[in-house]
Design a protein around this ligand. Structure first.
Ligand code: FAD
Length: 433
């Protein structure tokens, strides 16, 4: 009998296992994959994720793999460019982009080191129930043996298509259909000065340095155009880069080192992350468009919140159900402003006059530019950056008046979101918690 069985051993599962085991609980961590292995994901770790790795004593191990470092970032929308530095968060001021086969393997090894029992190539097939409560799993080993294991709680860290979430019928809320689709690959000999983000019409491009001196390049289109993109991926990818001619020329001087990978399955939703004998963490419980690259950081945050809640419940400081309800509340409170920001960003709307003013002003205000990058990396709340007092300091009276008038008088379609660079204030959700 384990204290916890965790299904899925990537960023959410291994981190949760590690943190629970470090509190001296008995943990079984299983994954149908073997490690090291890759998964469909780019791999920017936003500042809160880097700070989490640092708290856990793992950031130096990640940095030692030479994962590419972006302390500087260029944000270039409709040819208005802001270049600046990320702010500091707990001593971390750079976005690192370790390949997932690097990051996930470091986390898994650390979990094993902390005493977690790890079983790779172990596929969970069903949950075991007793009196309406999940009490364990039935799974298959790589040799085909059927195995039963029991625990006080079974945690689904098994990704967006989570078997655990489906089996317990975890309710979803704040749902929004896919907004973007995207493809990415890796290039050698494409030098970058940190991270680069470009928006040209309904096209998004980003570049980040990663392991093996490669440059990760990601492009996103609206989800509705996926079949067009997929029909000729290489051509469409390169034509997207051509929207930024200097960038396209730089990329054409390098060599593509790997195949293209991509997806249009970018649905956005929260799931209720707990019930009798079960909990969810990572994408299994909260999934959003990757355009803001927050999934890994969010998984780390939720691993910490869930581990703390389980410790509270197991140690009897409060009933387990109350502790897990607190986990859900804290997850939602921390993530919701950035969820709304992600949904807005993923619509790739054109700049309004006021937004233009802001982007033109930011290069003259390095501290404000750094705060703006703080929003993009999940450190500064969008509502804090976009509050009137702050905008006044950046834009002055004239600019702010222009922005406000433009915002007030620009009609929007019903249900339309305000687009990047503007405070949402508004909830686009179908159901509110
Ligand atoms: C195109 C794309 C780009 C992205 N880019 C970024 C980025 O740059 N930065 C960022 O922070 N986030 C990014 N994300 C999001 C990020 O990939 C996810 O948020 C993150 O992978 C979630 O981690 P997880 O551990 O919850 O789930 P996953 O990484 O999906 O891992 C789930 C694990 O569960 C295992 N599993 C599933 N079912 C079973 C079963 N029945 N039995 C045993 N094992 C099982 C799987 O084998 C898998 O290893 C991107 C996503 C996409 C799609």
């Amino acid at each position: 009998m384990y204290d916890a069985i965790i299904v899925g051993a990537r960023v959410a599962g291994s981190a949760t296992a590690l943190l629970i085991a470090r509190r001296s609980y008995r943990v079984l961590l299983v994954d149908r994959a073997s490690f090291p292995s890759d998964t469909l994901s780019t791999h920017l770790i936003q500042l809160p994720g880097g700070a989490a790795l640092k708290r856990w004593g793992l950031l130096d191990k990640v940095i030692a793999t030479d994962p590419g470092k972006a302390a500087q970032v260029r944000f270039d929308m409709e040819e208005l460019a802001v270049v600046g530095q990320y702010p500091f968060l707990d001593g971390v001021n750079a976005v690192y982009s370790p390949r997932r086969y690097v990051l996930d393997t470091i986390l898994l090894a650390e979990a094993a080191e902390a005493g977690v029992e790890v079983r790779q190539e172990f596929t969970v097939q069903e949950l075991l129930w007793e009196n309406g409560r999940v009490v364990g799993i039935r799974g298959r080993t790589k040799t085909g043996e059927s195995v039963i294991e029991c625990a006080r709680i079974v945690i689904g860290a098994d990704g967006r298509y989570s078997l655990i979430a489906r089996t317990v019928a975890a309710p979803t809320y704040h749902e929004h259909p896919s907004l973007t689709c995207g493809y990415y690959s890796y290039w050698s000999d494409v030098p970058t000065q940190g991270g680069e983000i470009y928006l040209r019409g309904k096209r998004f491009i980003s570049l980040w340095p990663t392991n093996d001196h490669l440059t990760l390049i990601y492009t996103a289109w609206p989800a509705a155009e996926f079949s067009v993109f997929r029909a000729d991926i290489e051509r469409n990818f390169l034509e997207t880069l051509d929207l930024v001619p200097a960038l396209a020329a730089r990329v054409r001087q390098g060599q593509r080192a790997e195949r293209f990978r991509g997806s249009a399955e970018m649905a956005n939703f929260y799931r209720k992350p707990f019930g009798p004998g079960w909990a969810l963490v990572g994408d299994a419980g909260y999934q959003k468009d990757p355009i803001t690259a927050m999934g890994i950081s969010d998984a780390f945050r939720d691993a910490e919140l869930l581990a703390a809640a389980l410790d509270d419940g197991f140690a009897g400081r409060r009933p387990l159900a109350a502790a897990l309800a607190h986990y859900e509340q804290r997850r939602n409170a921390a993530s919701r402003p950035f969820y709304e920001f992600t949904l807005e960003t993923a619509q790739m709307k054109p700049l309004t006059v006021g937004q233009r003013e802001l982007l033109q002003a930011l290069p003259r205000h390095p501290t404000a530019a750094s705060q703006f990058f703080g929003v993009l990396t999940g450190v500064v709340q969008p509502a804090t950056f976009f509050r009137l007092q702050n905008l006044f300091q950046i834009l002055g009276v004239q600019g702010l008046t222009k922005m406000v008038l433009n915002t007030v008088f620009q009609p929007r379609q019903k249900g339309e979101r305000s687009g990047i660079l503007l405070p949402s204030g508004r909830k686009g959700a179908t159901h509110h918690k």
